[in-house]
Design a binder for this molecule. Structure first.
Ligand SMILES: O=C(O)CCC(=O)C(=O)O
Length: 256
């Protein structure tokens, strides 16, 4: 599914932006389903500008689960994270904050050797100044990864104190996107978001390479314990690709 050049790009820069990965009719269906699940989660009430996150949005929806099984997601993750990868949960987000300061989701020298991939599906047009994901290319790798460590405090002045510029002015690559575009990024990549508005919508899908060492297991326990205890809908799924991801989890026992 990926060209050799795309694989090199991801390995080197830590992300891939796939343009119009889902055609308009498909992303419209995904967006309707997102709105439906999020509305149900609010008990049918209209969105009132309050931050909302549903951490099992994909698991709750047969339609969104199909997206994970789709070659465009599943096969690409297999190429990036290797065979035997595991599911590490989903997120449906209706955000209300205006910025998410610079951070890596899995920060630190101990993390960079364990491949985790996050997929972001923005459901509204996003630009550099208005809510897109900004990334620092190559920051999933040492030494740049640890050079940025002072930012992990994510205080208002962390960037100013470390690099003498505001967070919004840090050199970066803005992943400006239209509905249908999809971002794949290494969980160790430094990223941020500025210019967000109340009601910005995105779905995140998370995956981790097969954990093969004690350090991998410790990292999963620390950062994503939910990956080791997946939602019942996936635990009991009879869909071959979902089942396969469950069976790859060390110690997995089916309840079905
Ligand atoms: O709000 C966004 O678009 C970025 C979210 C983010 O930084 C994260 O989920 O780690």
């Amino acid at each position: 599914m990926l060209t050799a050049e795309q694989k090199s790009y991801f390995d080197t820069f830590g992300f891939l932006l796939m343009r119009q990965y889902f055609p308009p009719d498909e992303i419209a269906t995904i967006t309707r389903e997102f709105d439906k699940v999020m509305t149900e989660d609010r008990g049918g009430k209209p969105f009132a500008g309050v931050e909302q996150g549903v951490v099992t949005i994909v698991e709750q929806s047969a339609l969104l689960t199909q997206m994970v099984e789709d070659d465009r997601i599943y096969k690409v993750i297999e190429e990036l994270a290797g065979q035997g990868f595991i599911w590490s949960g989903s997120e449906g987000n209706l955000t209300a904050h205006s910025e998410h300061r610079w951070h890596a989701d899995r920060p630190g020298v101990a993390e960079v050797d364990y491949m985790r991939v996050k997929i972001m599906i923005y459901l509204d047009p996003v630009t550099k100044e208005r809510g897109c994901l900004r990334v620092i290319p190559g920051s999933h790798r040492l030494p740049l990864h640890t050079d940025l460590q002072p930012l992990i405090a994510q205080k208002e002045d962390s960037c100013q104190k470390t690099f003498g510029v505001a967070g919004a002015d840090l050199p970066c690559f803005p992943l400006e996107a239209q509905p249908g575009d999809v971002v794949f990024f290494n969980h160790c990549l430094w990223h941020g978001m500025f210019g967000g508005w109340a009601g910005r919508r995105y779905i995140a899908l998370k995956f981790a390479a097969l954990p093969t060492t004690g350090a991998h297991m410790a990292s999963l326990q620390r950062w994503s314990p939910y990956a080791l205890k997946p939602d019942a809908a996936f635990v009991n799924s009879d869909r071959p690709r979902i089942r396969g991801m469950m069976e790859n989890i060390p110690g997995f026992e089916s309840k079905g």
